[in-house]
Design a protein around this ligand. Structure first.
Ligand code: G6P
Length: 371
């Protein structure tokens, strides 16, 4: 009912507005004095010391959160991370042993493909940690340990606040593993914890500043195809932005790694093609910013209409972008957790502009409990 939506036009609008709170609640009690304390992992504490490999399994949006987590866990904890769709994982005879930590991610905790992969991993001797948003759901009950995301109940079929909370949970896990392995100094951990603590207010600012997205969506209501480009942590965000348009607005949308552009996707660019580009920070030590700006120039020269998501003060994108959505300054690993919010809003606004049911898209279920 309208009352449950707390005055919002849809559950999805309400849930996007709760993204900052989802972040704050997911770190609550898990960070203290510049350190991460994940007592959630106590049941697997001994075996965690031995972990030499992480495999993340999930479906849909949760799998994209997993890709994001891969960048953070590898960079901080120096443990190799693979991310695999749960329904592929179980049928390909994966190599697992007691030193493999399998991390399942599921908002509902009931997705059948993910549940079956969790059971399979445990049968093969791996330990399973689950990241879940639903207390007492089946997947956490079948796991060795659980990190609950505290995003609160998510009703809209397309996942929004749960995605961001899953990213935060994976970052907490990465910092916990880095602490165990000694791969980061206490000072380096404290810097990342400060970023985590600053995330919720920055996300609020991002959402407040992105009100122009509704106009953009109205202007694009007849669009038939949208591309999303991102690099490094911007890549899973490009995938997530595209998934939202498929799910909500029934538009053909694809996310690409920006470096892959010249290996195929650039052939899709014709005049008027709309391309969202998640632009890395000019302060990124990997110097990816000029590479992505040159991708923008290449597609612009072929007539693309570019909507850039870029950090405040980044002027290099201005000459080439038709629209710029701004995000506050953050370190590179934290930018995607800001950049995704305007994309969630855009998917919702485009569906609304097309007169579609934002909360209940056709053919989809909130939790898929069949294989
Ligand atoms: C369904 C939903 C998606 C969700 C996926 C995984 O397909 O429509 O929004 O990302 O399931 O759901 P889970 O509950 O396992 O995170």
């Amino acid at each position: 009912s309208a009352a449950d939506k707390g005055g919002w036009s849809s559950f999805m609008a309400k849930e996007i507005s709760e993204e900052p709170e989802a972040v704050a609640k997911t770190i609550l009690g898990r960070v203290h004095d510049g350190a991460v304390t994940l007592t959630d992992l106590d049941p697997i504490a001994e075996r965690l010391q031995q972990v030499d490999r992480v495999i993340v399994i999930a479906c849909g949006t949760a799998a994209y959160a997993g890709i994001l987590g891969k960048y953070a866990i590898e960079q901080w904890a120096r443990v190799p991370v693979e991310v695999e769709l749960a329904h592929e994982f179980r049928y390909r005879d994966p190599v697992l042993d007691s030193r493999t930590l399998v991390v399942s991610i599921s908002q509902s905790g009931e997705t059948m493909d993910t549940l079956m992969a969790v059971k399979y991993a445990r049968e093969q001797g791996a330990q399973v940690l689950s990241i879940c948003n639903t207390q007492g759901a089946t997947i956490p009950r079948e796991s060795d340990a659980v990190i609950y995301t505290h995003a609160g109940p998510e009703v809209a079929v397309a996942s929004t606040k749960a995605f961001i909370a899953q990213g935060v949970a994976l970052y907490l896990l990465g910092l916990h593993l880095a602490t165990l392995k000694g791969s980061l100094t206490a000072e380096q951990i404290a810097e990342q914890v400060a970023e985590l603590e600053g995330l919720a207010p920055k996300l609020q600012q991002t959402i407040d500043d992105a009100s122009g997205v509704a106009e953009l969506a109205k202007w694009m209501a007849d669009t038939r195809s949208v591309l999303f480009l991102g690099r490094h942590v911007g890549y899973p965000i490009a995938l997530e932005g595209a998934l939202k348009l498929k799910e909500l607005a029934y538009i053909h949308a694809e996310g690409f790694a920006a470096g892959e552009l010249k290996h195929g996707p650039i052939a899709l660019i014709e005049p008027g093609q709309i391309v969202f580009v998640i632009v890395p920070s000019p302060r990124d030590p990997r110097s990816l910013h000029p590479k992505v700006v040159s991708n923008i120039q290449e597609i612009r020269a072929r007539g693309a209409r570019v909507i850039a998501i870029a950090e405040e003060g980044d002027a290099a994108v201005l000459p080439f972008a038709d629209e710029v959505l701004r995000i506050p300054l953050a370190t590179p690993l934290f930018e995607p957790l800001l950049a995704v919010a305007p994309l969630h809003m855009f998917g919702m606004e485009l569906a609304a502009a097309k007169g579609l049911d934002v909360d209940q898209p056709r053919n989809l279920a909130k939790s898929v409990t069949v294989e």
